[in-house]
Write a protein that binds this ligand. Structure first.
Ligand code: HSE
Length: 421
């Protein structure tokens, strides 16, 4: 095992506590032979003898008595090099590293293929929620059309606290950090890098395509306000940081951004730091996977599931499904995406304002679905929701609205993910 932090300690504890059941399921007993850590002397509450710890990770990945390397150390380097060395010395690898797989996954998939070893990474997406193996194996006969996920616990927690407890963004973020949900640098969470990496991993598998985190359009939640959340509720929506991957006309569209989603949609009821993945398939229809997306024990369960799977293959022969690329990945540009939109305009309440605003929508080929005026006189605000529109048209509309004399400000705008197809 490379690393023995929160997830690694939980892996050691569960492997020990559930050892008999696991060995029955696998057909062999699993033993943690060596653990590479930065600080060997550090006190750890794990059922492992002190002499298996080393700070020489290279000696672990080349140890001939080891068959499976569990990577829970995170980071890009030296992790990448160590995993490649492990594969080249014939070891199967189980990793929880979304950052590495989301950016350099293809190199590792190819290396695993070249060395005829397995590379499993269930824990890299949505912690304890089984989604990688269901996509690869249970849905092998399906053509997935769309994946829509809440893939980051920190931001879901923040949005839940803002919606339910009236907390401000900063206060909710501080609480998420205190509870240990966020990454060391919470920018990865609140700016959407973490869910973008996870989405690229899911899209790679679901669409048999080589895509990376950098291909995902990304917006975080720092500009979401209390007013947006309250307006969303009164219009029948919840605000969520959605990660969406779709196959559209042979192209793959991927995006992470805050969105309003109908309160009746199953994803709207995913609260606190929980994760969920909603899948729409051609044949199977709708599926939803829900659970703990972070934390030592849930993530360790995914790691151990992968280890057990690999171990079963070692015992019984055969190899798990690798990562296949049958599609050259054509990433659909964000400006071609179609969505509904919410927009909050500060305007003056006087004759002709609405006509001017409505004409600007029409000129940009954006059709208004509903409109509500709040406030009077100088304090008037228009809350508009559009029908489906093309992103590029919506952006042009925003630019033009900003120039109108009758519009004081665009207080806010957000995509609306509803069933209007
Ligand atoms: N910071 C991540 C989250 C942890 O909030 O979901 C799991 O990747």
């Amino acid at each position: 095992m490379l690393g023995c932090g929160i997830v690694g300690s939980a892996v050691a504890r569960i492997l020990d506590a559930h050892s008999d059941e696991i060995s029955e399921r696998v057909g062999a007993r699993l033993e943690i032979r060596r653990v590479a850590v930065r600080n060997v002397g550090k006190e750890r509450d794990v059922p492992l003898s002190a002499d298996i710890f080393t700070n020489d990770a290279a000696s672990v990945v080349s140890d001939p008595s080891i068959q499976i390397v569990i990577e829970v150390m995170g980071g890009i380097e030296p992790t990448r090099t160590l995993l490649i060395e492990a594969m080249r010395s014939g070891k199967h690898v189980v990793s929880a590293n979304k950052e590495l797989i989301g950016s350099l996954g293809r190199e590792l998939f190819d290396e695993a293929e070249a060395n005829k070893v397995e590379f499993s990474f269930e824990a890299s997406v949505a912690g304890g929620v089984p989604i990688v193996r269901p996509l690869k194996e249970s849905l092998a006969g399906e053509r997935v059309e769309r994946i829509m996920g809440i893939l980051n616990g920190t931001t879901n927690y923040i949005l839940t606290k803002m919606a339910e407890d009236g907390m401000e963004f900063d206060q909710a973020l501080a609480q998420a950090e205190r509870l240990g949900y966020s990454e060391l640098d919470p920018t990865a969470d609140i700016e959407g890098f973490d869910p973008a990496a996870k989405l690229s991993i899911l899209a790679t598998i679901a669409f048999n395509a080589r895509v990376v985190a950098g291909d995902v359009y990304r917006e975080g939640i720092t500009h979401v306000t209390q007013a947006d959340i309250l307006n969303a509720h009164s219009l029948g929506y919840a605000v969520k940081l959605l990660a969406i991957a779709e196959s559209v006309d042979g192209e793959i569209a991927m995006r992470v951004h805050p969105a309003m989603i109908p309160l009746t949609h199953p994803l709207a009821s995913v609260r606190d730091n929980l994760n969920a993945i909603f899948i729409e398939g051609n044949e199977v229809g709708e599926l939803m996977f829900y659970g703990r997306g972070a934390g030592g024990s849930p993530t360790a369960i995914s790691v151990i599931g992968d280890v057990a799977d690999v171990a079963r293959h070692i015992v019984g022969g055969g190899r798990g499904v690798g990562v296949i690329y049958s599609q050259p990945a054509k990433v659909r540009p964000m400006d071609s995406t179609v969505s509904q939109y919410y927009i909050l305009l500060e305007v003056a309440d006087k004759p002709g304002v609405l006509a001017k605003v409505a004409q600007t929508f029409a000129d940009n080929d954006v059709s208004i679905k509903s409109m509500l005026q709040e406030g009077l006189g100088k304090e008037a605000r228009l809350i508009l929701v559009t029908h489906n529109a093309v992103e590029r048209n919506f952006q042009a509309l925003l630019a033009e609205l900003r120039t109108l004399e009758v519009v004081d400000a665009i207080a806010s705008s957000m995509r609306v993910q509803s069933a209007e197809d």
